[in-house]
Design a protein around this ligand. Structure first.
Ligand code: ADP
Length: 507
């Protein structure tokens, strides 16, 4: 087994259920690779541990090979073998865990949404720690993400630190408090955690169902550092309206809890080099942006007769959080205002998927509206490049990446002021914000009037003042949304936590 190489910086191991571009459902996947790469650039040794899903994009993994040792991992009072694979994704070393369990946990043709998700990911969390122990890794930081790997925190302190994997501090990042990973308390026993010890109000007991445990709560209680993905969202989840039942837990642990705005991967999202685009472009040469708009219109069969007709884009999971009723409204309003609308999205919720399929069919051959109801990475790049405006009417939004990507591609964001949208989009008409920071259109009320106000203002500026619009596009394209600043904040948290642990050992 590979032992950790020595490095002048910290040794950070991310254990996660997603990593872009090979296994991505949403923003979590982008964060693991974006933050990982940024920390690696700063001189830290960063490694990632993922499940070995059958449905990963294997063509994006370099030098994939199996290690010649199997790792035994405990589950349901037995030991199961795990094959460990290693490869490189975007320059980061990644270990993949392939359980030899009869339930074929990661051979399901999808990442989540299985009836036994709690078992699948509690198994994975334990197997990942077992691998680190047996491989002799001595990380400074183990960084786990979302409910799927929040089990790491209690597993580490209750089982693995006593076994000798005790060099690390645990950092837990919650990317969305809506998804908490709860189950009957007895289900914790499968991965070796003791339910009678953990099913207590100050430990893992769910705050609303006392016979259930909650893995995100375990992540909060048992980690040394707890983060979420924007400062505004960190405030919102401390309130009873925004906390999804965890506000009291977060308040009790507020000293170690902080919101850090995500960055975006500016190598992957760069209109000047983006290989998915028919034409590359940059802020000083916007001709290419216009050509991408024409190319998208041609590909989707939209009318190209009026070159300047504004194109409104929307790329999203279609779930209630994203304000689906407002997205629907935006389609019709855009049409009324004389624009074109392109939606790329898919929904895990059958009635929402059905509803949008109905709208898609209705507009099937329409000159100005197109709905593409699937996940399509390459098309997403072209839509960002082609759009003049980009709509994000979220009910809540922990961070949101699409507003930052759209700005980098010169599509002006129109967003509801919530969570990370509130920390990254500032209204062009808001006099309380210094003018150099104003970069988009925002609205407060999650209703049609709220959205109307912002969209109409955007259309007015676009139609009546093309020169100001162009300056806004260029300004947005030049904003630095890289991981530079955010990764420095994570680095500081890690270093402080490691220093505190050292000081405590010496005392
Ligand atoms: P969330 O994590 O809640 O889904 P984010 O805004 O944080 O939302 O991240 C969404 C990411 O997923 C962005 O990179 C966006 O481009 C991408 N995305 C969402 N839906 C699709 C889709 N249908 N096809 C391609 N990419 C998508």
């Amino acid at each position: 087994l590979l032992s950790s190489a020595t490095s002048p910086g910290l040794h950070v191991i991310h254990i996660a259920a997603e990593m872009a571009p090979v296994a991505k459902v949403g923003g979590l996947g982008d964060v693991v690779s974006g933050l990982g790469k940024a920390l690696q650039k700063k001189g830290h040794l960063v490694e990632i541990v993922l499940p070995k899903y059958d449905c990963m994009q294997y063509d994006r993994v370099c030098d994939l090979r199996a290690l010649d040792v199997l790792i035994d991992s405990y589950f349901d009072r037995q030991l199961y073998k795990n094959k460990i694979w290693v490869g490189t994704i975007e320059g980061l070393p990644v270990y993949f865990i392939e359980p030899h369990h009869p339930d074929k946990f990661f051979w399901r043709g999808k990442f989540y949404g299985e009836h036994d998700d709690f078992r699948r990911f509690s198994f994975f969390s334990r197997a990942a720690l077992e691998f680190l122990l047996q491989a002799g890794k001595k990380p400074d930081i183990i960084h786990c993400h979302d409910w799927q790997t929040a089990f790491i925190a209690p597993l580490y302190w209750d089982i693995y630190a006593p076994k000798g994997l005790n060099s690390a501090r645990i950092c837990f990042t919650c990317h969305n408090f809506e998804y908490q990973g709860t189950a009957a308390a007895s289900e914790l026993e499968s991965c070796g955690l003791e339910s009678h010890h953990l099913n207590r109000p100050d430990r893992m007991q769910d705050n609303s169902a006392h016979d259930r445990v909650n893995s995100v709560k375990g992540g909060i209680v048992f980690s040394n550092i707890v983060t979420t993905v924007s400062p505004t969202y960190a405030q919102e989840v401390r309130t009873s309206e925004g906390g999804h039942g965890l506000h009291s837990t977060l308040s009790a642990h507020s000293k170690k809890f902080i919101g850090i705005l995500n960055g975006i991967d500016t190598d992957a999202w760069n209109p000047a080099t983006d290989a998915f685009l028919p034409v590359q472009y940059n802020a000083t040469d916007l001709q290419g942006k216009a050509e991408n708009k024409q190319a998208l219109r041609r590909n989707l069969g939209l009318s190209s007769t009026d070159v300047r007709r504004p194109l409104v884009g929307c790329i999203t999971r279609l779930v209630p959080q994203k304000g689906v009723h407002l997205i629907r409204h935006a389609i019709y309003l855009t049409l009324e205002l004389g624009g074109q609308f392109v939606l790329l999205g898919s929904s895990p919720v059958p009635h929402i998927q059905n509803e949008f399929e109905g709208i898609a069919n209705h507009f099937q051959n329409h000159d100005h509206i197109r709905l593409i109801l699937k996940y399509d990475e390459s098309l997403s790049h072209v839509i960002y490049a082609a759009s003049d405006m980009f709509i994000i009417p979220s009910i809540f939004e922990p961070c949101g990446l699409t507003q930052m990507i759209s700005m980098r591609y010169g599509a002006i964001p129109i967003v509801r002021k919530t969570g990370g949208l509130n920390d990254s989009v500032f209204d062009v008409d808001d006099d309380t914000i210094p003018s150099q920071f104003r970069n988009g259109f925002t609205f407060m009320n999650a209703d049609e009037q709220g959205l109307n106000g912002a969209l109409v203002r955007a259309f007015n500026l676009f139609n009546n003042n093309p020169e100001s619009w162009k300056q806004l596009v260029q300004k947005d394209m030049n904003i630095d949304f890289s991981w530079e600043t955010s990764s420095a904040q994570y680095e500081e948290l890690y270093l402080k936590s490691v220093a505190r642990a050292k000081a405590a050992k010496l005392a």
